[in-house]
Design a protein around this ligand. Structure first.
Ligand code: A3P
Length: 286
């Protein structure tokens, strides 16, 4: 009797009919370290970028921000932990994660190159003044959610009639400072810059450039996007389903006194020029 049961179990376990993989001859999906990382910049349009990249059938993405390289508590858990956070990918598919904090975090470039030297990096940048306002708006809403009273922008941005250079949101818009660090570790051709302002106006054009950089077969097309007038942004269409980004994307920014706005734009002029020199291209920023 025992021999019969054993034989039956053996048959179930080894029968080709019992294995769904054998039916379609599908190779197994595995979790792999990311082939692509969206390193930032915070409020540059990183969510839109990764969601648009997922329109491509050869790309799978981690759902949440992983914060592996910028948080010591995560980094200490090692690459196996990092790999376990990734989605299942079939052979030939590329895995991507986004953590915008990576771009401005000092230790991160070294850690990334040590973990995955051949990774491809995407950096989405946006007019630094608009980015600062978006950054402030995000913190403002976070404070409200925590039932805290948000500080007015001018209190954070101005000190004794001048710009407060230690305001974090201002520092995060000094792209050349952070980019210099990445370029000491990664060759320029492993970092692709996405124009965040252009991605808002014409997502297809920017995504075609991303596909090309990643050497993906061109697949993302005009039917993947439709303009939603209520949101004021493009939304996504895939496999017959339509969806817009979460309501937290595309928020109203605060009204800023024209004199302060002008001060900011003037302040960013020189850092922007240095960034353009560094990356060998310009952006249409005020
Ligand atoms: P605002 O909310 O300030 O307008 P991130 O995902 O990095 O946090 O960036 C958020 C920004 O993505 C938004 O900033 C918004 O302007 C921009 N964005 C780009 N394309 C978008 C889209 N199709 N839908 C919504 N927001 C988009």
């Amino acid at each position: 009797m025992a021999a019969l049961i054993f034989a039956l179990l053996f048959f179930i376990n080894h029968s080709p009919v019992a294995s769904p993989r054998a039916i379609g001859h599908e190779p197994p999906s595995t979790r792999r370290l990311p082939d692509i990382i969206v390193i930032g910049v915070r409020k540059g349009g990183t969510r839109a970028l990764i969601e648009m990249l997922r329109l491509h059938g050869a790309v799978v993405s981690a759902r949440n921000e992983i914060h592996f390289f910028d948080r010591d508590t995560n980094y200490r858990l090692g690459p196996d932990w990092y790999r376990a956070q990734m989605p299942l990918a079939r052979p030939g598919q590329l895995t991507v994660e986004k953590t915008p904090a990576y771009f401005t975090s000092v230790k991160v470039p070294e850690r990334v190159v040590r973990t995955k030297p051949a990774v491809k990096l995407l950096l989405i940048v946006r007019d630094p003044t608009t980015r600062l306002l978006s950054d402030y708006t995000q913190v403002f809403h976070n404070q409200l959610e925590k039932r805290k009273r948000p500080q007015p922008l001018e209190d954070l941005l101005m000190r004794d009639g001048d710009l407060n250079l230690s305001y974090k949101a201002l520092n995060r818009s000094l792209y050349h400072v952070h980019m210099e660090r990445w370029l000491t570790v990664f060759p320029a051709d492993s970092i692709h810059l996405v124009d965040g302002d252009a991605l808002i106006k014409n997502p297809l054009l920017e995504m075609k450039k991303v596909e090309k950089f990643l050497k993906l077969e061109p697949q993302i097309n005009a039917s993947n996007f439709y303009f939603n007038a209520t949101r004021g942004f493009y939304c996504l269409r895939a496999a017959g389903k339509e969806r817009c980004l979460h309501d937290s994307k595309g928020r109203q920014h605060p009204q800023v006194a024209p004199a302060i706005l002008q001060k900011l734009q003037e302040y960013f002029r020189e850092p922007n020029r240095r960034f353009f020199d560094l990356v060998g291209r310009t952006f249409d920023w005020k």
